[in-house]
Write a protein that binds this ligand. Structure first.
Ligand code: GDP
Ligand code: MG
Length: 424
């Protein structure tokens, strides 16, 4: 008589056991249990569940003789009446059995009781194979996922993308690729790169109604605001960032800190761009008014204090009100900042109504998934990126291409990316 095996899934171990009992009665012996995603379609909308496997016991030995058993579950040989196979708890999830050992012990025990039983030996060999198969299936942690998805998930992690961003992307892969097309890893990753590109929004400059354009840079201390202001001043003043040369003035309200003031002053001297220091709202208003007719672009560097405390933040906000409502505010973020911290900074600086984000120090990390994920999560556009300490050549208008070619581990088809995103 052929041995009957079963596999049953349910929301919990208890649930599985109940189903098994209903279907197969008391002779059902659970051998293994493990966590699996259940329900859903193509890996979407799945829940955590349990899968149990086992067999239907049909073996009878002399009553009262118990031979070990499988794990702590299946009491083998004592008969269904006294030992319902499903009454006990199984071992830990994923626990597997040393089948060979158990088989040898059972055969030895059986031989001691009665004639060697070739059927029993056959059955046990069959079960050994089955157990090996189950073990092999349990080996990869995410065995429900196609290897392409597993590999993609690793690449997302390697690039510091957030778990939620990664999930959105992988779900999209599951939805848009069939099992067949998933086999073509390169084709899949090319699409994924495109989708990542589509999540990056580039800030579009709106032409100012009445010059000068006023650009204010806010952000936590040390991210490179002053350096970025100097870089912007230099490149825009000399027309080196696309567009015509602009008459640029720089204002710093970092004047409290002598070093900071000297920092921008030095830059200003080298670049022959005027730098003003202001210490309060009124001075800022006057300075802007003074430059009104002369300047096409006024860059405002701000204090490097962390606006963690609400009073400090309110003070700075009131200070910056002097720039007027048409001023554009950009938030500077260091590319090395952790995803959750970037989100926190987005939140902290929200009162400044920044329209865009400047990503600094991209030269110091190859993993920008954290920033891409955060920008996407909060729907923020990016305006400039900086990638070095030099004033010239280390600032660029943000572009999708740059973010994509920076990604680690992905195969990057630069021509295709340029074609798709180069225009921006
Ligand atoms: N590697 C690198 N360092 C930068 C970059 N931008 C600024 N820095 C450095 O970051 C440090 C802090 O810059 P600073 O402009 O004073 O920051 P602030 O406090 O935000 O004004 C300085 O040592 C800068 O040279 C960048 O794009 N790449
Ligand atoms: Mg500074």
């Amino acid at each position: 008589m052929p041995m009957e095996y079963f596999t049953e899934q349910g929301s919990s171990y208890r649930d599985c056991v109940e189903k098994v009992r209903l279907k197969y009665g008391e002779r059902a012996q659970v051998m293994t249990q493990r966590k699996v995603p259940v329900g859903g379609f193509l890996g979407l909308f799945t829940r955590d569940g349990v899968e149990v496997t086992g067999y239907i016991s049909d073996l009878r030995y002399a009553a009262g003789t118990r031979y070990g058993g499988f794990g702590s579950t299946a009491a083998w040989g004592s008969g269904p009446a006294t030992q319902p196979g499903l009454s006990g708890e199984t071992g830990l999830p994923g626990q597997t059995l040393n089948f060979k050992e158990e088989k040898d012990r059972l055969l030895a025990a059986a031989a001691a009781v009665k004639q060697p039983d070739p059927t029993l030996e056959k059955l046990l060999s069959k079960m050994e194979t089955l157990t090996e198969k189950i073990d092999a299936r349990a080996l990869p942690q995410r065995d429900e996922d196609h290897p392409t998805l597993v590999r993609l998930e690793e690449l997302f992690a390697q690039n510091d993308f957030s778990p939620s961003y990664t999930k959105v992307m992988l779900d999209r892969v599951r939805k848009e690729f069939s099992l067949d097309t998933l086999e073509e890893f390169d084709a899949v990753q090319d699409r994924v790169i495109e989708w990542i590109g589509e999540t990056i929004t580039i800030h579009t400059e709106t032409p100012v109604q009445r010059p000068p354009r006023i650009l204010v840079l806010v952000g936590p201390p040390g991210v490179g605001k002053t350096t970025t202001i100097a870089k912007l001043g230099f490149t825009l003043n000399y027309g080196r960032l696309g567009g015509p040369p602009l008459s640029v003035k720089m204002i710093t309200i970092d004047g409290y800190r002598i070093a900071a003031r000297e920092q921008l002053e030095k830059y200003g001297e080298i670049m022959k761009i005027p730098v003003s220091y202001v210490n309060n709202n009124e001075e800022l208003r006057k300075t802007i008014a003074f430059y009104q007719d002369d300047a096409e672009l006024i860059l405002v560097d701000t204090i490097g204090k962390s606006p963690r405390n609400a009073v400090e933040l309110a003070k700075m906000k009131q200070f910056l009100d002097a720039c007027g409502t048409s001023a554009e505010v950009h938030l500077a973020i260091d590319a090395k900042t952790k995803y959750s911290d970037v989100r926190e900074m987005f939140r902290q600086f929200a009162p400044f109504n920044y329209q865009s984000v400047v990503v600094t120090k991209l030269d110091e990390t190859a993993r920008a998934g954290n920033v891409i994920s955060a920008l996407f999560a909060d729907g923020k556009p990016v305006s400039y990126i900086t990638d070095g300490q030099g004033v010239e050549g280390n600032i660029h208008r943000a572009g999708v291409v740059r973010f994509l070619i920076n990604l680690e581990g992905f195969r990057i088809d630069r021509d295709a990316i340029e074609k798709r995103f180069g225009e921006q």
